[in-house]
Design a protein around this ligand. Sequence first.
Ligand code: GLA
Length: 444
Amino acid sequence: MMGGLRADELRPERSRTFAFGGLSPGLALVLALVLVQAGVSGVTALDNGLALTPTMGWLHWERFTCNVDCMEDPENCISEQLFMQMAELMVSEGWKDVGYEYVCIDDCWLAPQRDKDGRLQADPKRFPRGIRHLANYVHSKGLKLGIYQDVGTLTCAGYPGSFGYYDIDAETFADWGVDLLKFDGCYAKDLKSLVEGYKYMSYALNKTGRSILYSCEWPLYMRPYQQPNYTEIRQYCNHWRNYGDIFDSWSSVKNILAWTAFHQKSLVPAAGPGGWNDPDMLVIGNFGLSWDQQITQMALWAIMAAPLFMSNDLRNISPQSKALLQNKDVIAINQDPLGKQGYRLRKDEVFEVWQRPLSNLAWAVAVLNQREIGGPGTYTISTTDLGEGLGCAPACLITQILPVKKELGLYEWTSQLKVRVNPTGTVLLKLQTFQQDKFPVISP
Ligand code: GLA
């Protein structure tokens, strides 16, 4: 089990100490006064009408990281060209049609210094026409633009952070036409400034009058010091990262699932329209996951009601991964309007069963085979155990969604359901419960 991990264990790539030395006491005092004057604690920032279902889009980090070397690697460096190409493909290759909407910039877009008025500026070589131009382009495609900043003095990669500049940065983003802010938590002085900073930025975004979706990492950075209060976090953020960064590997996906299941009692009730737990990006279509593992990520991210941010190269993706990411039945589960996050129902030596309640008395059920040896395994479960006893009461129609769509037929309350699941793969099912009065007449 994964309980009790420290942040530095969760995030092996970088030390997560609060490094905040450079801030003058005067600046800190000004921020504190501003926070008090702003009455931050009374703000219900989440009343922004956004993320009523989990956000869908593309985010550069996992695939393109902090590649700023446009001389050596012009096709893959963090530049306006990269985001323009992705935006174009999101429309021409059908991503937008199935719901992927936000094209998001992560860390490393910034120039090393603010301008003379204290405003952030994009790196002039890599974003020669500036973020406003990029936003206009993205909007012209019917898409939305996301950007990245940090609550502390520096971003995680060492670019200027927002501390001391929350209002001016929020206004700059609104001015540029930004639609989403991913707000990281590196280099905050202490827990207090971390929490106050996240709240303050939420307030500052609201104050701009522009609808800007607010993606936080508050609980991730808070947990080593104190249990996050999700009721509070929900009031300020549209989604929030709880666990360390995803990598392009099965062990990374597996750890995220294990951690989420271990903490599901506190995580699951926190999710709902307007605010979601964020288990990090989809790495489907990259290098590290086998086909079955890609299916597992897609299926479980749907069960977890996770924001779906692909981090892959849309210029170069296999038709198979593309079809999986564009699978309308899986996306419909992820986006289900009931807005309840699923959870792990049971786990034995080999199999895990997860389920998620859906609208119209339906359930999504995922059976994951954790074995990393041998061939497909058979799992049998009684339908009385599904859907909190009611999924198949008095009967249900079961459709297999992944790995391939197929009707499994009608099951009664006391039926046995049998599935075969590949190692590290998942079978994703949808159960449609029949209500008593709508029970279908089946001819003998
Ligand atoms: C942190 C975040 C990542 C990414 C990097 C950028 O590690 O958790 O998602 O934004 O910073 O430096």
